[in-house]
Design a protein around this ligand. Structure first.
Ligand code: GNR
Ligand code: NI
Length: 171
């Protein structure tokens, strides 16, 4: 496994649509492992491959607490097959937008279809923070960021901050 660099705003790659994988082969599993290591080190609860600069539809998630056994989820080509009408608010953050947090409303429950680490088709019903995280990661695969759901004022402000930081050599 290797630790990879997480790309941040305003890297244009974050706005790219990731391509589906044809299956979960050895290369995809190696990517999954690098993503997981990078996510744990950050630390974060989810990571999309595009965040390490690889625009493929691969996601890792682990909601386990620091003192608990790790329970990683590996998802290739994840798709939301149904979503509840009811919404839940969560304060979201993103490893590609460090130190910015804002409330976002999303469907409380979703059913997601994906290929697991073995390449087997699976379906998972998720609620709570898992449902939020799955939607946040699938958004990344479509070039969507959680700041797209906040007010234009706050979004413009945070983008400006990152553009400025980059010009100054990341600070
Ligand atoms: O670590 C993360 N925490 C988080 C908190 C609330 C909603 C979504 C997330 S995902 C984020 C890691 C990340 O940027 N994944 O793309
Ligand atoms: Ni994110």
């Amino acid at each position: 496994m290797s630790l990879r660099e997480i790309i941040t705003l305003p890297d244009p790659l974050l706005r790219q649509t990731s391509r589906p994988v044809s299956g979960v082969d050895k290369a995809a599993r190696k990517l999954f492992d690098d993503m997981l290591e990078t996510m744990y080190a950050a630390p974060g609860i989810g990571l999309a491959a595009v965040q390490i600069g690889v625009p493929q539809r691969l996601v890792v998630i682990d909601l386990s607490k620091e003192d608990e056994e790790r329970k990683p989820l590996f998802m290739a080509n994840p798709e939301i097959v149904s979503a509840s009408e009811a919404l839940s608010d969560y304060e979201e953050g993103c490893l590609s937008i460090p130190e910015f947090y804002e409330m976002v409303a999303r469907p409380s429950e979703v059913k997601v279809r994906y290929l697991d680490r073995q390449g087997e088709a699976r379906e998972l019903a998720a609620s709570g923070i898992l449902a939020t995280c799955i939607q946040h990661e699938i958004d990344h695969l479509n070039g969507v960021l959680f700041i797209d759901y906040v007010s234009k004022l706050k979004r413009d402000r945070v983008i400006k901050k990152f553009v400025k930081a980059q010009k100054l050599g990341k600070l």
